[in-house]
Design a binder for this molecule. Structure first.
Ligand code: ADP
Ligand code: MG
Length: 229
């Protein structure tokens, strides 16, 4: 089945949700008609408003902005109504906040495909352990033995690092997590491009960051059923 609600989620802050949501959104947003969607909406739930502010820079630098809907922590009912009314012809990308909140939980439940960025140091396992408890609770809400699974994406990885045994072991043993094939390395282009409201590809089509985001988009296209393959 074709997914149409894709969310970046993790209750830990600073792992790259907004940065990657932005880059994925620019790429998928440009292609949404190719996938057969009529509309594309970006939803900003993060109280840091990172993507909303990036979109403003984007306009200042002369690019056409993304269509963004924002919901704040006190707009839970509005977000619930919005989620219930999403139709199958609309592609929705959601950036959620790096903390545990009803809004962020609702986004996970409402999603067909969740990406959870983490880096590879041992502390990240503690963060995932906490997130695991949230996913266990959400799975219980769904009932009928359903498990809420998220796709863990290694992000901000030292370009020289090759082995990620600890985190791989942890993910393998946890029913709520699936490790993505793509690895996004620590690349300064992610910071630079945001300063212009660009994606990394718009900043430099030939950079390593661009190649990695392209791999990520292709993996999402396949696993979320946006294209056949
Ligand atoms: N792959 C990456 N390489 C370099 N810096 C990154 C990368 N991903 C994210 N960052 C940086 O990490 C910081 C936190 O990212 P952000 O997207 O705001 O995280 P979150 O939304 O999860 O809180 C930002 O300064 C961002 O520029
Ligand atoms: Mg964020």
């Amino acid at each position: 089945m074709r997914a149409n609600v894709i969310t970046l989620a993790h209750q830990k802050g600073g792992t790259g949700k907004s940065t990657l949501a932005w880059n994925i959104a620019v790429e998928l947003g440009l292609k949404h008609k190719e996938y057969g969607f009529k509309d594309f909406i970006f939803v900003d739930l993060d109280n840091q408003e990172s993507v909303t502010m990036t979109n403003r820079l984007r306009m200042q630098y002369g690019q056409s902005p993304l269509y963004i809907k924002r919901f704040s922590d006190c707009e839970g009912n509005e977000f619930r109504d919005f989620v219930n009314e999403i139709d199958d012809d609309t592609l929705v990308i959601i950036d959620s906040g790096g903390y545990d909140a009803d809004l962020n939980r609702l986004a996970i439940i409402a999603s067909d495909f969740v990406v959870t960025p983490v880096s590879s140091d041992y502390m990240e396992i503690f963060g995932l352990q906490k997130f695991k408890n949230i996913l266990a609770e959400l799975s219980e809400l769904k009932g009928e033995g359903e498990v809420v699974k998220v796709n863990v994406l290694l992000n901000k990885i030292d370009p020289k690092a090759k082995a990620f045994d600890d985190i791989e072991e942890f993910i393998k043993d946890t029913p709520y997590f699936v490790l993505m094939d793509t690895i996004i390395r620590f690349r300064s282009d992610f910071k630079h491009s945001i300063g212009y409201g660009f994606s990394v590809a718009e900043l430099d089509r030939n950079s390593k960051a661009t190649a990695e985001v392209k791999m990520l988009v292709e993996e999402i296209e396949k696993k979320a059923g946006l294209i056949n393959g």
